[in-house]
Design a protein around this ligand. Structure first.
Ligand code: SF4
Length: 332
């Protein structure tokens, strides 16, 4: 299971393709206000962590907590440490942070090492591809800051990987992206830049599938050719798919249930297999978690005909589109 904690909707950057790039989400509130809101909601957050941990235990699953935003590292290190302690106290060692990578300091790197936090930085590939969309508030590309942060994390023995958003500009550059991450020796996943009104860089599903197909061909051949780096989004799909003699079956039971807690609005969401449910109070969420003892019974098997490559591409596209819709539906 995955428990997503949205620590803030605020962000220090102004990426051109950001679907949160609007005043509705981000109003450039000061770090002090963001941190006060976070600290005030830590009790509710603790209850959420304990609820979800209990639900996972009863279903004999583990839960991974992912800290998300906006930009989660707007939260000060002292507050982050309190959160990590809460997660640990509930017996969940797996913590991950998805960050734009521009606010990482020596202090936070040491903290991540201490709590064994995995970091996923948003890095779209070579400088020209990254800087075109991922810009700071002044309109300058953030590539150099992100690369500095990666060095800092590696020097502090923090596990760091990347998430590359595939845009209009990069959709024909699978080979450049793959070579870039191979040279960096860094695992990376990819995500589609969805076409959203008013935002830039969005691509169609067909374009994304063509990109994935090129990337898959580069990834598969032999370990020596890609320096041993992994593309976890492909690996997860391959793991989820089983060949039954005529087609690949995807059993949604094996896919993680995703639960979302938003500190700014105290929204509680629960999404699974593309079905979204939103709880407006912790009490409702607790009631749900008390009854959802055996949620595996809700799963259905989806059949995917064709080669492994085709099945992986279809599965990944479908999953990411579901995640995207869930995020919109849940108000994340
Ligand atoms: S870092 Fe993420 S949240 Fe911030 S502007 Fe960029 S895409 Fe949006």
């Amino acid at each position: 299971m995955i428990g997503v904690i949205i620590s803030t909707f605020e962000c220090n950057l102004s990426c051109r393709y950001c679907y949160e790039h609007s005043d509705t989400y981000r109003t450039r509130t000061s770090k002090i206000v963001v941190n006060n809101a976070f600290a005030e909601n830590l009790d509710a957050c603790e209850e959420y962590i304990s609820c979800l941990s209990e639900l996972a235990r009863r279903n004999r699953r583990s839960v991974q907590f992912i800290l998300h935003g906006g930009e989660p590292l707007l939260i000060a290190p002292d507050n982050l440490e309190k959160l990590f302690e809460l997660i640990r106290k509930n017996g969940n060692p797996a913590i991950q942070i998805q960050t734009n990578g521009t606010l990482i300091t020596q202090r936070t790197a040491e903290l991540f090492h201490q709590y064994d936090v995995g970091i996923v930085v948003s890095l779209d590939g070579p400088k020209s591809l990254h800087d075109e969309y991922r810009k700071n508030a002044g309109g300058f590309g953030t590539y150099s800051m992100v690369m500095r942060a990666i060095d800092l994390l590696r020097n502090n023995r923090v596990d760091v990987s990347a998430l590359a958003t595939v845009t209009e500009l990069s959709s024909s550059r699978a080979k450049d992206i793959f070579t870039f991450f191979s040279c960096l020796g860094m695992d990376f996943s990819v995500n589609r830049c969805f076409p959203v009104l008013g935002m830039q860089g969005g691509i169609s599903e067909q374009t994304y599938q063509t990109f994935l197909s090129m990337l898959f061909d580069l990834y598969r051949p032999t370990d020596s050719e890609h320096c041993g780096i992994k593309i976890p989004c492909f690996d997860r799909c391959i793991h989820d798919l089983k060949w039954d003699g005529s087609s690949y079956c995807y059993n949604p039971h094996v896919s993680p249930y995703v639960s979302v807690f938003c500190i700014p609005g105290k929204t509680f969401g629960f999404a699974a297999h593309g079905k979204n449910k939103r709880f407006d109070s912790l009490l409702e969420f607790r009631r749900f978690s008390e009854t959802a003892v055996d949620y595996s019974s809700t799963g259905t098997v989806i059949r995917m005909k064709g080669s492994l490559k085709d099945a992986v591409i279809r599965h990944l596209c479908q999953q990411q589109a579901n995640d995207y819709l869930s995020a919109l539906t849940l108000g994340v």
